[in-house]
Design a protein around this ligand. Structure first.
Ligand SMILES: N[C@@H](CCC(=O)N[C@@H](CSS)C(=O)NCC(=O)O)C(=O)O
Length: 255
């Protein structure tokens, strides 16, 4: 297996952070070419917000957006709590998610942080409002490109499709049209991994993804027979994430 050295651009700060209880990856990206070092944080988890705030403060970056790829069912997002700890931060999620946030994005929108940006691609199927965030093309942009796929595409897997408006055929079409259409060397960063993987590429998943290399019928059969237990925190996480996590930590801790 090839080892990936992420050298997207000397000006792009990139950190992949892990939360072990839900096996969630959180990603910090910042533009070091500007004095303010504008940054975004993708899929933060509430229980690791203090870690994230420490890293942000240690590195001296300015967090603009705490953003989600979708309404998570297995953990409470850190976006609400981050807003209370880092004033000025805006929560961001897709309009199609139906969740509350400061900023809503639609397919084709770009999220700017300094000289870098992330393109919003609609990748529904795991949930209705799932999006993938993709770095831009261009001379001073990360090369290879990087895509943050949430739960639409996992390394050698994909998100389940049995709740929150999930739909196996929609997920299949989303991944093939919006993710597998990217250049083969595009680095794919998922929101979860349960087996110790960190990153993959479009080329690798086109060859080795055991679900998405099948045809649509074969894929649907696999997804209909996953028989996964519901996430332990689903009844707490989904309602909390519909409002982008805790908005008032004092009130929440009093409950
Ligand atoms: N055991 C975990 C939940 C595991 C799970 O269902 N993961 C989801 C993504 S989070 S909703 C998934 O789509 N998994 C796909 C797969 O093939 O594993 C818990 O209880 O939290």
């Amino acid at each position: 297996m090839a080892a990936y050295q992420v050298q997207p651009s000397s000006n792009l700060l990139f950190r992949q952070l892990f939360e072990k209880d839900s096996s969630t990856y959180t990603y910090l990206l910042a533009d070091l070419s500007l004095p303010e070092k504008p940054a975004v944080l993708i899929d933060p988890v509430q229980t690791t917000v203090d870690r994230d705030v420490s890293i942000i403060n240690d590195l001296g970056v300015k967090l603009l957006y705490a953003m989600n790829t979708h309404v998570h069912a297995d953990h409470v997002t850190g976006t609400g709590l981050l807003k209370t700890k880092l004033p000025g931060v805006k929560s961001l999620i897709s309009k199609a998610s139906g969740a509350k946030a400061d900023v809503f994005v639609n397919p084709g929108d770009t999220i700017q942080f300094g000289t870098f940006s992330l393109e919003v691609r609609a990748t529904p199927g795991h949930t209705k409002g799932c999006v993938t965030y993709v770095t831009a093309e261009g001379l001073n942009q990360p090369h290879p490109r990087m895509a943050f796929t949430g739960d639409a595409l996992l390394v050698r897997g994909c998100g389940r499709t049995d709740f929150q408006g999930g739909d196996a055929l929609e997920l299949y079409r989303s991944v093939h049209s919006q993710i597998f259409s990217l250049p083969k060397d595009t680095l794919l960063y998922p929101a979860h991994d349960y087996k110790g993987h960190t990153v993959t590429t479009v080329g690798e998943e086109l060859l080795y993804n055991p679900r998405l290399t099948k045809d649509q019928d074969g894929f649907k059969k696999i997804m209909d027979n996953l028989n996964l237990a519901y996430p332990k925190m689903i009844d707490i996480a989904v309602p909390a994430n519909m409002v982008c996590g805790i908005q008032d930590p004092v009130a929440a801790s009093a409950v």
